[in-house]
Ligand binder design. Structure first.
Ligand code: PAF
Length: 284
């Protein structure tokens, strides 16, 4: 496994890779979810590139950029075990030199949910992912369903900017108790870890109501809200029952829909989602 930092090193190493090339962009502090993306890329592509870059432009001013967990040595050994061929670890100066002034924004899809709760977040995500795509020039790029809106926004950007890249969205990997894997789970103490299962429980209760025939989106949102508010360590930021393609809030669930939420467990902000409904999505 080759490890590079500068753009010219990356380009030289990328030029020698057998194609097709699969790409797994990450912010490091890797967990089983990231490794599932790398393994899927390895199954589907001749070479796999991963990037590790804690992207400062996607963090808001009061957010956790300075304390975001980092462990490069551990990340590199995990990527090696997942048979990644090339790892790019750019510095902030490589990605954002002092003269940097160009941004990529996706308009409608970023207005609600995470976009509303974290102003500017998706501008940072789409800008860095566009730069990563331009540098790595992968044939396929792999993202997790846990960040459902991010996946939708990146699919839209890829289509709108004509990147010749297939976006592959892979299932959320969960702990045995249902907690979605996230680098931010490292912030949780043992009590908070238990409390954090409330996201999965709330989504499960709403999905089982849907499976029993409930189609009222407000009722599904209320079911999730009630489960979250019953957990003393949890503070709900939002719950949503939205159209899967447009991410607009629904009144009635008639097709494929996204149940999602953002919840503070103590000081740690966690997100999770379930997809419900059967009809084929425009994104598939
Ligand atoms: O999902 C993440 O880890 C980040 O948002 C990404 C896609 C690597 C961009 O910084």
């Amino acid at each position: 496994m080759k490890i590079v930092t500068t753009l010219s090193e990356l380009r030289a190493a990328r030029a020698g890779l057998p194609e097709p090339v699969g790409f797994v962009p990450t912010m490091g502090y890797l967990h089983a979810g990231h490794l599932s993306l790398a393994r899927r890329a390895k199954e589907e592509c001749a070479s796999v590139v991963a990037s590790i870059f804690v992207n400062p432009t996607q963090f808001g001013s009061g957010e956790d950029l300075s304390k975001y967990p980092r462990d490069l040595a551990r990340d590199l050994s995990l990527l090696e075990s997942a048979v990644v061929d090339l790892v790019w670890t750019p510095t902030p100066e490589v990605m954002y030199p002092p003269t940097f002034q160009t941004w990529v924004t996706v308009e409608e899809l970023t207005k609600g949910l995470e976009g509303a709760a974290r102003p500017g977040h998706f501008r940072g995500v789409t800008t860095v992912v566009a730069k990563l795509f331009n540098a790595v020039q992968p044939h396929k790029a792999y993202f997790g369903q846990k960040d459902a809106q991010q996946a939708a926004v990146i699919c839209q950007m890829t289509k709108d900017l004509d990147f010749p890249i297939e976006i592959v969205v892979c299932p959320t990997v969960r702990e045995a108790d249902g907690l979605a894997m996230s680098s931010r789970n490292a912030y949780l103490n043992p009590d908070e870890c238990m409390a954090a299962t409330v996201l999965f429980r709330a989504l499960s209760v709403a999905k089982s109501a849907y499976d029993k025939g409930e189609r009222g989106a407000e009722i599904l949102r209320r079911i999730m809200t009630e489960t979250i508010t019953a957990e003393p360590l949890a503070k709900l930021q939002y719950v949503s029952c939205a159209d899967y393609d447009t991410l607009q809030e629904l009144e009635t669930v008639a097709g494929k829909a996204l149940l999602s939420m953002a919840v503070f467990i103590g000081k740690t902000r966690l997100i999770d989602n379930f997809v419900i409904g059967e009809t084929v999505s425009l994104r598939e």
